[in-house]
Design a binder for this molecule. Structure first.
Ligand code: NAD
Length: 227
């Protein structure tokens, strides 16, 4: 089966890489590409399996409309979304398959799991935690969606993370680095993930889109994709 995708944000940095990687994958096909000024009324129910959104808050709003109209599944990689938009995505999960993935990398999913385990094991014995993230200077949101997701994982492990303990650096052409620094009496434990190419996110997005195709309504995460 070929999974049919509509790409929202097709001309952006991520959209371009998803487009390029899909071209060499026989099991997916991009059948619609939408940019900032595209009309999105061309989609009809059944014409696509998954909408893949790497755009902006406005683009994600349009993707939600598109998903409602076409009944397609929706994969949102866009970050920096408002709470209201995140709530709308949760609501959409009652009728469509929705995957909110602030980071589509396999390594980051593992990092989150390790951070939770570390918090569970260290938390009760007086350790502090800081999350440090670095990205290129054109990234609009700070802290990154991934840093916020990592903080949630640490908190799920029982260690609270105050907003001021998440540190964002915007400089140069850094694709994405996230470090969780646990500091305890006389010792330090650091967990770090570095993205060395944007292709890792694009490959992860394609993998997640294939996983999402044909799923029933629900709100999913990259944890579900990993199994
Ligand atoms: P970008 O600015 O290069 O691309 C965004 C594209 O979306 C642009 O081409 C823009 O014209 C388009 N766009 C904006 N509003 C739109 C609208 N209303 N309708 C249709 N298209 C619209 O940015 P990027 O680096 O490609 O990142 C895009 C988003 O993905 C950001 O939020 C970024 O933080 C996020 N991101 C997520 C991951 C992940 O793993 N989930 C990885 C990298 C980036």
């Amino acid at each position: 089966m070929v999974v049919k995708l509509a790409l929202v944000g097709a001309n952006g940095r991520m959209g371009t890489r998803i487009d390029a990687l899909s071209a060499s994958d026989d099991s997916v096909r991009i059948v619609e590409r939408f940019g900032r000024s595209s009309r999105m009324d061309s989609l009809v129910s059944g014409s696509i399996d998954v909408i893949v959104d790497f755009s902006s808050e406005a683009g994600t709003r349009q993707s939600i409309e598109l998903a409602r109209k076409s009944k397609a599944a929706l994969l949102v990689g866009t970050t920096g979304l408002s709470n209201a938009m995140q709530q709308e995505l949760l609501d959409l999960g009652s009728t469509n398959a929705v995957l909110l993935a602030p980071n589509t990398s396999l390594g980051v999913a593992v990092t989150r799991r390790l951070a939770k385990i570390a918090a569970e094991l260290l938390g009760p014995s007086g350790w502090a935690v800081d999350i440090v993230e670095s990205h290129h200077d054109r990234k609009k949101d700070a802290p990154s969606g991934t840093a916020i997701a990592i903080a949630k994982s640490v908190e799920a492990g029982g260690m609270p993370v105050a907003a001021e303990r998440i540190h964002a650096i915007r400089a140069g052409d850094t694709i994405g680095e996230h470090e969780i620094r646990f500091a305890g009496p006389s010792e330090r434990l650091h967990i770090m993930h570095q993205a060395v190419s944007r292709d890792l996110f694009a490959a992860g997005a394609i993998r997640a889109a294939k996983w999402l195709a044909g799923r029933g309504p629900g709100s999913y995460s990259m944890e579900d994709v990993l199994g």
